[in-house]
Design a protein. Structure first.
Length: 284
C-alpha cells in the first residue's frame, strides 16, 4: 500500500517512508476502531431492545396469566418466560453500569465515534505532509473505491435481510392468523394467539412500508455494481476509458463518475426519508 504514496519510477525519501508507515499504522487503527464502533452500536441496540422488551414482557406475562386463569395452566410457560425476562433486564442493567462507570473499558458508540473521528483527522494531517499530487490522490481514490463497494454491498445485504425477515413475518403471521382464527371458534383460548399474530403482521407490514427496506437495499446494490463496473473499466481500459489516451485523464474521468454515482445515491436516500406525499409532489 505504501506504493500508493509515491510516483512510479521515483524513489521515496526516508522522511516519506516514515510518514507512509505512520499512515499505514493509522489505517490499521482506523479499521480496528470502525470494528469497535460497529460492536458498540450493536450492544447499544440490544440494550435498547432489552430495556423495552423486559417491562413489556412482564406486562404481557401478567395479562395473559390473568386472562387465562382457571382455563389454561401458564406455569410451564412462565417458568421459562420470567427467568428470560429477568436475565434480559439484568444484562441491560449491567451494560448501563459498565458504560456509565469511569473505570470501565466498555465505551458508548458516541465515545468510539469521537475516537474514530480523531484518528481520521490525524490521518488527514499526516497525509498532507506528503504533499501528494493530484494524480496520486486520484490513484488513492481509485483504490479506496474497492472499500466503498464492499461497504455499499454490506449495507445493502443488511437492508435485504431485514426486508426478508419482515416479509416472512407477514406471510407466516397471516397464515397463522387465518388458521388460529378458524380454530378459535371452538377453543376460546386461541383468541389471544390470533390477536398476537395479527399484531405482529401489522407491525411488520407497517415497518416495511414506512422504512422501505427493499428499496434501500436495491439502490445500494445498484450503486455498488455501477462503481464496480467503472473500476473494472478504468483498470482494463475499456468502455469510455479506451478513448482516453492519458492515464491521468482516465483517473479524472473515473473520480468524476464515481462522485456522480455517490451523489445520486445520497439523493435517493434523502428521497426515501421523505413522507409519501412529499415524494409524490417532488416527482410531479
Amino acid at each position: 500500500m505504501s506504493a500508493l504514496f509515491r510516483v512510479p519510477g521515483e524513489s521515496m525519501s526516508s522522511e516519506g517512508r516514515v510518514v507512509s508507515e505512520e499512515l499505514l499504522d493509522l489505517n490499521q487503527q482506523i479499521l480496528r476502531k470502525e470494528f469497535d464502533l460497529s460492536r458498540a452500536k450493536l450492544f447499544q441496540k440490544l440494550f435498547k431492545i432489552g430495556i423495552v422488551l423486559g417491562p413489556v414482557s412482564f406486562v404481557a406475562i401478567y395479562v395473559v396469566t390473568w386472562a387465562t386463569y382457571g382455563r389454561f395452566d401458564m406455569m410451564p410457560v412462565n417458568l421459562i418466560a420470567i427467568p428470560l425476562t429477568l436475565a434480559t433486564l439484568f444484562a441491560c442493567g449491567a451494560y448501563a453500569s459498565e458504560v456509565n462507570s469511569p473505570d470501565t473499558r466498555t465505551k458508548s458508540p458516541g465515545e468510539v465515534a469521537l475516537e474514530l473521528a480523531i484518528l481520521i483527522e490525524k490521518k488527514r494531517l499526516k497525509a498532507s505532509e506528503l504533499a501528494l499530487s493530484v494524480k496520486e490522490r486520484r490513484t488513492i481514490y481509485r483504490e479506496d473505491a474497492v472499500r466503498d463497494i464492499k461497504g455499499l454491498r454490506k449495507e445493502s445485504k443488511y437492508y435485504r435481510r431485514i426486508h426478508n425477515l419482515m416479509q416472512s413475518a407477514v406471510i407466516v403471521g397471516s397464515l397463522a392468523t387465518t388458521t388460529v382464527s378458524g380454530l378459535a371458534v371452538e377453543q376460546d383460548n386461541l383468541r389471544w394467539a390470533s390477536v398476537a399474530s395479527s399484531f405482529v403482521v401489522g407491525i411488520a407490514a407497517g415497518f416495511t412500508g414506512y422504512f422501505k427496506f427493499k428499496e434501500r437495499g436495491f439502490y445500494l446494490q445498484q450503486t455498488a455494481d455501477a462503481i464496480e463496473q467503472e473500476w473494472h473499466a478504468v483498470e482494463l481500459g475499456i468502455g469510455r476509458y479506451k478513448r482516453i489516451p492519458k492515464e491521468e485523464e482516465q483517473l479524472a474521468e473515473f473520480v468524476e463518475e464515481v462522485e456522480r454515482l455517490k451523489s445520486e445515491q445520497r439523493k435517493r436516500e434523502q428521497n426515501l426519508e421523505q413522507p409519501p406525499e412529499s415524494r409524490e409532489s417532488a416527482s410531479s
